[in-house]
Structure formats: structure tokens, C-alpha cells
Design a protein around this ligand. Structure first.
Ligand code: SF4
Ligand code: SF4
Length: 64
């Protein structure tokens, strides 16, 4: 389980990186998700102003 990034929507604002308690998000040329660190807390999904993030649960996608 982890987070899916829609790169077409992501503005690389960095807001999600700041709220991740697991340090699973890293911003470089694009937003990278370290799936092994993600605890599925959903904070980043809620804070993204562009709706670029969605939670991956198996093959299901929430919010996207
Ligand atoms: S909060 Fe949304 S737009 Fe901002 S860096 Fe994260 S995914 Fe991209
Ligand atoms: S769901 Fe939670 S742990 Fe996973 S990347 Fe988003 S803020 Fe970090």
C-alpha cells in the first residue's frame, strides 16, 4: 500500500512532504514516494491543493 502521484496534477509545491510523518515523500525533479515507508495515513492526500495524490489499496484507487 502506498500513495499514487498524478504527475500531470502535481505542482511540486512541497505541501505533502511537510505533513508526511513517515518521511515517505521526497521532492526532486518530481515527487517520489518511498512505498516501504508509507504507513497509509492519508495526510498527504488530504493536503494536496491540486488533488494529485490518491491512496493505493491493492488495485483500488481512492480520490482519483
Ligand atoms: S501537495 Fe500535491 S502538488 Fe504539492 S508536491 Fe505534493 S502532490 Fe505535488
Ligand atoms: S499516506 Fe501518510 S505516510 Fe504515506 S506518503 Fe502520505 S503522508 Fe506519508
Amino acid at each position: 500500500m502506498a500513495v499514487n502521484v498524478d504527475e500531470r496534477r502535481c505542482d511540486r509545491c512541497g505541501a505533502c512532504v511537510g505533513v508526511c510523518p513517515a518521511d515517505a515523500l521526497m521532492l526532486a525533479d518530481s515527487l517520489e514516494v518511498v512505498c516501504t515507508l508509507c504507513t497509509n495515513c492519508n495526510r498527504c492526500v488530504g493536503i494536496c491543493p491540486f488533488g494529485a495524490l490518491s491512496l493505493k489499496i491493492g488495485s483500488e484507487l481512492e480520490n482519483g
